[in-house]
Write a protein that binds this ligand. Structure first.
Ligand SMILES: [Zn+2]
Length: 900
């Protein structure tokens, strides 16, 4: 019988109704239980925040190691380190704290606060485990064993949270919400140390999902590997959440790089087939990782963000207005070099007579102007005026101090950092495999350039000591100096110092920076005097002395031959021009030519010490104009008519850059828009950094235009900047310079740091030198800059004063690699950066980096030359493109070639 009446109780109907009722009842209970549970969790999290505000002395961290397929649990007590902060501590951290406080007051969720710092996916902890060995900040990778936690049930919340991610985002609809995924936290006491709360949270370990532990040790499934390895010849591919390959060349392609797969490297694929052991990431979980980030980045920027982006674009356009670029890149005009590069320069000192040109130049208002002939009135190479420059610099400084721009840039930089970490979590193993697969090449035989080294301190202290002793033994009767009205031989000099060759040791030489030099640039400079004696400096470390710098030339040649013996190390030495007299250039050039100073492993930069006030007091200069005349007039003379200074003409072929140096921490007044011209600058005060920078830039700009028009080599402006002092140094360098030495002070300005990232301005950083002068090693921003993708290289600055070993550059890499746990891939990437930053010629760069080094992205990378996996280069390139798309609202067209 078919029951159609509601009054009749057929067994089927009643059981169906009962089932429905039970289902509804159960669902209701489940939902209520969830909300009750969630509320109690919220309360507990609130309580945790409360606890976090107090400062317990210790925290307990349990670390889970994933060793092969086993999981060990280790317990570790950690004493929280009391950090002594410098007065000039990061402004960035200050922003962290402000943001943290804002979030704290606005949000009830602990996760929101925490993720503000982190910006990580909730699924990340699982991936972290696979790379625990790669940890950079160890504490971040310490994991909690849930079993010992009183918050076991939070796991459920986490998995529920995953489903809720999209919903959460859509409702939030704001940029800052993008990474706020529900993620439970450890119940351990939160350490709170005064204002360091945010930093402490950074060290909070993440809680792995116990249920997910199983996938940690899933061996690679050959099928699933195939899925991502079989994405052929398309580095620019990404997966969407369904595993479909998307073409990320479409305008909106966030995180393409995150999931980019290596393709061009046959070795990589082969290796993966051979060695699949260390990769523990299952295919599906990868998608889980990338999905949330991708979703958020598709969000349209709100109005405030659009305004910020507009301002950032203005800054980038300002830089393009100023910075000197050759009309044609070297790879455009010297196509013949690609097939047949002349590696051997037969005679670097050969002088080819060059006919002078009609060009006429005149110094006007501190800047040389060039005319086609004496009667012409049209300025051939007009350059922005000082008023224009100072106006733009102030505009840039104003933008970099706006609160919303600072927050936005800080946020983007944090995002960049986390993207890099995510990249490592997913790809570190693959990068390593890729490096293993590159035959012959390793860190020792990739080219690395010491991008920042002062010539007079280029030898190490042991080398100098040995040299002095040998001279004292072999040439004791050489007349070396004129002091106190009489000529002295080397033997007499040492007798006057009451020293014998036997007494001399490295300690007596006393040229090493020590604790007394920290924040004392003056004392640091005094260390250039061997045994504290300026006369020894004059004899051994000067070019313009009684013996015409013969000793310095000899020791330089020894350094150069050591460099050549190492084959893969290069250096860019800085030699001084002081601007006290015009003959300095000829003197310097003749020192080079007469002593035959040349090496294929070295190029030279000119450094101008910013010492106007000293010369003014001594009476050597009467106005700032004197210095500009002495520095630049000879350069224009030799460019117009090489026969006027033939040696200088030859020497300038080796000169690739111009630098300004001195203690940046000296107080100075920031220039206003209308400054007195250099000829009016007759007072005894030293002009500000940016004043020096502008006038050097403007004269170099005109000089380079002229030299380029005559087919001569150009000289880039690559000053010391951002080692200490005010932020306007970095602002002026952003507008004017190709790249800079130091740049540590970028940590104080998120806006400038982000702009330096976008413009990929090279930073020749020197953490060991900073450690002696301005920034303790463990506070050096180098690792952060590196992670964020700034264009950083490592350099030595002053091996004589700082380094201990025979290979100072390798020492610099070594310390950085040890302290910051850099991988082989990292240091090879840094070495690659250094070659790009350097002023070595296009021809040798082709040889060192590969035939297409000037192409952006993976096309420009040759792992067989650089030992950098294309996976890494693609990640950097795609990430950079995403940032540019963000700033230009998706309307940027990327050039194929690098900037030149
Ligand atoms: Zn330096």
């Amino acid at each position: 019988m078919v029951s159609s009446s509601s009054s009749s109780f057929s067994p089927e109907v009643s059981s169906l109704q009962l089932a429905m009722a039970a289902l509804i009842g159960a669902s209701f209970m489940a939902i209520s239980a969830f909300y009750i549970h969630k509320r109690s969790v919220d309360q507990i999290l609130d309580r945790l925040i409360e606890l976090g505000k107090k400062s317990p002395k210790t925290k307990r961290i349990q670390r889970v190691y994933n060793d092969e397929d086993e999981i060990e649990v280790e317990e570790e007590e950690e004493e929280e380190e009391e950090e002594n902060r410098d007065s000039d501590d990061d402004e960035e951290e200050e922003i962290d704290r402000i943001l943290w406080k804002q979030r704290l007051s606005n949000s009830r969720s602990f996760d929101d606060v925490r993720n503000l710092r982190y910006g990580l996916s909730s699924s990340l902890p699982n991936a972290v485990l696979t790379n625990y060995w790669r940890s950079n900040e160890e504490d971040e990778r310490k994991f909690i064993d849930n079993r010992s936690s009183s918050f076991n049930n939070l796991n459920n919340l986490q998995s529920n949270g995953r489903d809720g991610i999209m919903h959460f985002y859509n409702n939030a609809g704001s940029r800052t919400s993008q990474e706020f995924l529900a993620r439970p936290l450890t119940p351990k006491s939160l350490v709170h140390n005064g204002l360091e709360s945010v930093e402490d949270f950074e060290e909070e370990p993440l809680l792995p999902d116990e249920d997910d532990n199983s996938f940690l040790s899933v061996p690679i499934d050959s099928k699933s590997m195939k899925l991502h390895d079989s994405i052929p010849a398309n580095y620019d591919s990404t997966f969407d959440s369904s595993g479909v390959v998307n073409d990320v060349s479409a305008p909106d392609k966030p995180n393409g790089a995150m999931v980019s797969r290596s393709h061009g490297d046959a070795n990589l694929l082969d290796n993966q087939k051979l060695d699949t052991g260390p990769t523990h990431i299952a295919r599906k979980d990868l998608f889980d990782i990338f999905m949330p980030l991708k979703t958020t980045l598709h969000e349209r920027p709100n109005r405030e963000e659009e305004e910020v982006c507009l301002l950032l674009r203005q800054c980038l356009e300002l830089r393009e207005k100023y910075v000197y670029r050759e009309n044609a890149a070297p790879w455009m005009k010297e196509s013949v070099l690609e097939s047949n590069f002349p590696m051997v320069n037969n005679d670097p000192f050969h002088y080819d007579p060059v006919e002078p040109t009609e060009h006429y130049f005149r110094m006007e208002e501190g800047v040389v102007h060039v005319y086609s002939n004496k009667n012409a009135t049209e300025d051939l190479f007009p350059v922005a005026t000082s008023t224009e420059f100072f106006t733009d610099m102030h505009h840039l400084l104003r933008i970099s101090s706006l609160g919303d721009v600072r927050s936005a840039c800080h946020h983007r930089l944090r995002l960049l950092e986390e993207k890099y970490r995510l990249h490592l979590l997913v790809n570190a193993d693959r990068e390593f495999l890729s490096q293993k697969g590159a035959p012959h090449r390793d860190f020792y035989n990739v080219r690395k350039v010491d991008t920042h080294i002062h010539h007079s301190a280029c030898m190490n202290q042991k080398h100098l000591l040995r040299f002095i002793k040998s001279k004292l033994r072999k040439e004791p009767d050489e007349v070396v100096i004129f002091r106190d009205g009489k000529y002295l031989t080397l033997k007499e000099v040492f007798a006057s110092l009451d020293l014998t060759g036997y007494d001399l040791n490295v300690d007596l030489l006393d040229v090493h920076a020590d604790k007394n030099t920290f924040h004392r640039f003056d004392k640091f400079n005094l260390k250039y005097n061997p045994c504290g004696q300026s006369r020894l400096r004059e004899i051994f470390l000067k070019q313009d002395n009684l013996i015409q710098g013969r000793f310095l030339a000899e020791v330089t040649k020894e350094v150069l031959s050591d460099l050549e013996a190492s084959k893969y190390q290069m250096a860019e030495y800085r030699v001084s021009i002081y601007g006290r007299k015009q003959s300095e250039w000829d003197q310097l050039a003749s020192w080079f030519i007469n002593n035959g100073i040349y090496s294929e492993n070295a190029v030279w930069l000119i450094q101008l010490p910013r010492l106007y006030n000293v010369y003014r007091t001594m009476g050597t200069a009467t106005s700032f104009q004197n210095i500009l005349d002495n520095v630049f007039i000879p350069l224009f003379e030799v460019t117009v008519d090489p026969s006027s200074h033939p040696q200088l003409h030859v020497f300038l072929k080796q000169v690739v850059g111009f630098d300004i140096v001195d203690d940046e921490s000296k107080p100075e007044r920031r220039p206003t828009k209308h400054m007195p011209s250099p000829s009016e600058w007759t007072n005894e005060f030293n002009p500000a950094y940016s004043y020096y920078a502008y006038y050097c830039y403007a004269n170099l700009y005109t000089l380079n235009k002229l030299r380029e028009s005559k087919g001569m080599s150009t000289i880039r402006f690559r000053p010391h900047c951002g080692e200490a002092g005010e932020i306007d140094h970095l602002a002026s360098a952003f507008l004017l310079c190709h790249n800079i030495a130091h740049g540590v002070n970028l940590r104080k300005s998120p806006v400038l740091q982000y702009l330096y990232y976008l413009a990929q301005i090279g930073l020749a950083m020197t953490p060991l030198s900073n450690n002696s002068l301005f920034v303790d090693y463990h506070k050096n921003p180098f690792p952060t800059f590196f992670q964020r993708g700034l264009n950083v290289s490592l350099s030595t600055d002053d091996p004589l004063l700082i380094h201990l070993t025979k290979e100072p550059l390798v020492e610099e890499y070594s310390v950085a690699a040890q302290v910051w746990k850099l991988t082989s891939c990292d240091i090879c990437e840094i070495a690659r950066n250094s070659v790009y930053q350097s002023g070595f010629s296009h021809a040798v760069k082709l040889h060192w980096l590969g035939n297409k080094y000037y192409k952006r992205g993976s096309e420009g990378n040759d792992i067989h030359k650089t030992n950098v996996p294309s996976l890494r280069i693609v990640f950097r390139h795609e990430t950079w493109k995403e940032e540019m798309q963000y700033v230009y609202s998706g309307k940027v067209k990327f050039p194929e070639d690098i900037d030149h």
